[in-house]
Ligand binder design. Structure first.
Ligand code: ZN
Ligand code: ZN
Ligand code: ZN
Length: 357
């Protein structure tokens, strides 16, 4: 796996006359080596030269955790890792660096390599990482099915009388119990808090008549899940049902619009035009979706202005929402993967509004 991916990087490096690619913390590293580095002040860095073998520089104390096909070069506590890494890089020309490398690492390397122009590696890595292979899709699918079970289970629980924070903890526990190795987020936003798309769960007590946005996901075999479902306590608030019907329609038309050859912005338009026609256009305040994989948010972004062609193997969320300030918010979110003849939904729990106690 890593051999094929590193070879693909080297082809792009050669085509663009870039001397090497450097990946540190962030997801390019596990994509290329199978190893995810802890985000520590001790640098871990993969050097992929345009030609020849890649080297993975790791702090000596981390070396026992590293299982990879790439050559591992541990550095000891008293060595200067930047001298070492600089010695493996070209002395002039261009080097691409991962977009999540710490600035302190980059500045240390810039001081040692004044003849190098550093560029962002995203334009090299994103086109590769956007197209998921079978193993990646299988991991995304398993993660999606696991959170669907959580969404169903939530519909059987009592929300009323609990705080958002308590519900968020319950959601997190269920995500872990479903087989995820970690929880990435568990947004629980009740009543008017739902009008803030990334609301942080608070001590607000959930009450009858509240609409509750529940948006959660984690990582399974390294890959993300992300789904949003709506729960209303005993009854729906005023004006909610009409908007929800519009949102459900917008979400499903947007999903159905996904096929190879369309564009990212056309998928956004599919959702946005229905919400606008329904009279809620001003309340749909974010993009329709984001790519998902080793990162919870990655390319392709499903947003106006993104003319990225949609291709087989891309995976992203479709998550239109309607947010009415001081009243309520709503969002429906599924992850989809692009197939030869259209789309596969990786989330299949009911999108209908659920009434809970
Ligand atoms: Zn979001
Ligand atoms: Zn989400
Ligand atoms: Zn999302």
């Amino acid at each position: 796996m890593s051999d094929r991916r590193i070879a693909a990087v080297q082809t792009v490096l050669q085509q663009n006359e870039i001397g090497a690619l450097l990946a540190s913390v962030g997801s390019d590293l596990p994509y290329l080596t199978g190893y995810r580095a802890m985000p520590l002040e001790r640098i871990t860095a993969l050097v992929v030269p345009g030609v020849g073998d890649a080297d993975l520089f790791v702090p000596e104390l981390e070396a026992p955790r590293v299982a990879t096909a790439v050559e591992v070069r541990p550095w000891g506590e008293t060595t200067d890792p930047f001298d070492l890494i600089a010695s493996a890089l070209p002395k002039s020309g261009i080097v691409a660096v991962g977009d999540q490398m710490w600035s302190s690492f980059l500045i240390a390397l810039q001081e040692r390599l004044p003849g190098i122009r550093f560029v962002d590696a995203e334009s090299i890595m994103a086109p590769l990482r956007m197209i998921k292979d079978e193993d990646e899709i299988a991991a995304l699918r398993d993660a999606g099915h696991a959170v669907d079970g959580v969404a169903d289970e939530l519909a059987t629980l009592r929300f009323s009388g609990r705080t958002e924070r308590e519900m968020s903890r319950i959601v997190s526990d269920l995500v872990l119990a479903s087989g995820h190795e970690s929880v990435s987020f568990a947004i629980v936003a009740a009543g008017s808090n739902g009008a803030s798309p990334h609301h942080e769960a608070s001590d607000r007590v959930i009450r009858p008549g509240d609409a509750v946005v529940v948006d959660f996901g984690g990582r399974m075999r390294g890959y993300g899940s992300d789904t949003t479902r709506m729960y209303c306590v005993e009854e729906t608030p005023e004006g909610f049902d009409d908007a929800y019907a519009v949102l459900e329609h917008a979400q499903s038309v947007s999903v159905e619009s996904v096929r190879p050859g369309t564009t990212a912005q056309a998928i956004d338009t599919a959702a946005r035009s229905i919400i606008a026609d329904g009279g809620y256009g001003e309340f749909f305040i974010h993009r329709t979706g984001h790519g998902i994989g080793l990162d919870a948010h990655e390319q392709p972004y499903i947003v106006q202005g993104n003319t990225q062609e949609i291709r087989v193997g891309m995976a992203f969320s479709i998550e239109p929402g309607i947010y009415v300030p001081d009243r309520w918010g709503m969002r429906i979110e599924d992850v989809v993967v692009v197939t030869g003849d259209g789309v596969e939904r990786l989330n299949r729990s009911s999108r209908a509004l659920r009434l809970v106690e």
